[in-house]
Design a protein around this ligand. Sequence first.
Ligand code: AMP
Length: 179
Amino acid sequence: MTFDHDLKATVRTIPDYPKKGILFRDITTLLADARAFRRAVDELVQPWAGLKIDKVAGIEARGFILGGAVAHQVSAGFVPIRKKGKLPHTTVRIAYSLEYGLDEMEMHVDAIQPGERVILVDDLIATGGTAEGAVKLLRQIGANVVAACFIIDLPDLGGAAKLRAMDVPVRTLMAFEGH
Ligand code: AMP
């Protein structure tokens, strides 16, 4: 598909970053391309265009850039999900699995009201550990997670399937084989 090809061509791949064997999918080149950035945001929100969305939750740090644009597009508020210790007010926190060991993410306890309709945004879904943690955190404070959106899917790592198994509809714009 032309669209997929065009957008995919704006993502830069850096081999062996941050460590040997990883193909790092760098979206800074997509973000720097005005048409690609607009197109990515338009396409991410397309299935939810007619629906009422209260909040967009973005995962630190690339999810902030995309999430801010998505929130603007759907006329929703933006809520940051951050690494622990960064948010100034009272937070809720959850541990989530990384490739090696655990980390923790937080959001403000009053960032979302119970029952509010929320879209989760990040740049890429791999194993789904990060997004799974974010969905659990959102649900912990009563959010209705309507969808999760990512520019890039690494389907071989199973993250999108993991979210769908949690009853979260997943939207991705392109896929890369492997990890
Ligand atoms: P995961 O929790 O395994 O789904 O990893 C997702 C998070 O790690 C996202 O915030 C991505 O930005 C980052 N990430 C994982 N793998 C890659 C990759 N190959 N290239 C760029 N970012 C990645």
